[in-house]
Write a protein that binds this ligand. Sequence first.
Ligand code: ATP
Ligand code: MG
Length: 314
Amino acid sequence: VILCVCLNAALDVTYHLDGELRAGASHRVASQLQRAGGKAINVARLLVDAGSVAAVLAPVGGDTGTMIRTQLAAAGIESQLIEVDGVTRRTLTVVDSRDATVFNEAGPHISEPEWALLLSTFDEQVSGADLVVLAGSLPPGIPADAYRQLTEIAAARGVPSIVDAEAQALALALTGHPYLVKPNLAELATVIGGPLTSPAQIAAAGRELQRRGATNAVISCGSAGLVAVSDSGCWLARAQVMTGNPTGAGDALTAALALGTLADMPWPQRLRDGAGMSAAAVADPVAGHVDPQLRAELTARALVEVIDLPERVA
Ligand SMILES: Nc1ncnc2c1ncn2[C@@H]1O[C@H](COP(=O)(O)OP(=O)(O)OP(=O)(O)O)[C@@H](O)[C@H]1O
Ligand SMILES: [Mg+2]
């Protein structure tokens, strides 16, 4: 089982407008959607859709928390949801005729006893897991080194962790020696300075992530694909450029990398799968959903090439 920890779960609300969004104006909502989200929950959903077994550990509270509980149960995702005093956040995405506009709430305050309960529940759950995914922002109250603490607990039980975070949460996670980190280019820039233009420069920054503690790093570069720096080599992988909804493409890449790790696939194959799965996620109209046939086609045609970089310096 892949244990997906979602510290800042959200009820993702999407409004579709027929016309254009205008500040200061009143709008009629043509259609709306409410979905349990937060990066780690999206990853869990993609894993289950791909036929794997995922479990979610998350703090939830209030009516929005109850809706997340109901939706995860309906999706057949086994979950350990810790009831907290605060109210689970919503995110609001307004999709108009041109674009998508996103509003992200910070999330509920998590108290010290609630964090302690999350840690002890994680400690119980992780011994039965094969792999841990730690993804998304940290809500107020949770210590900035939360991902380091969780990575270290998992490592003590012999379970590798994949971390998708940015800024301080990522910088501190590195010191817990995660198996893999997956920042996008902007997130990488919050931890390692530029320039981050050429694949070789991005790979060099990936080496710096290794120097700071990560065993492997995959840097996602939007439609340009991904750069991977592993303990056995460096690669650039990309699939056909798709139009559609790139939100959640990174979560699809993380899900594919989790599957590749679990199956102990050779790196080039993991990256080909990751490029194909994430490109298929962009093409799918439903965020966080992937058409299996398109995924297979894009994966088969994805390109993986070696990046020449000096050997990792221990
Ligand atoms: N337009 C596109 N066409 C094909 N593949 C894409 C496109 N955009 C993104 N991808 C694929 O998706 C991966 C992840 O994209 P990106 O770097 O935007 O992730 P992200 O910013 O972490 O996304 P999110 O956090 O919203 O899930 C890329 O590495 C690439 O393989
Ligand atoms: Mg991302």
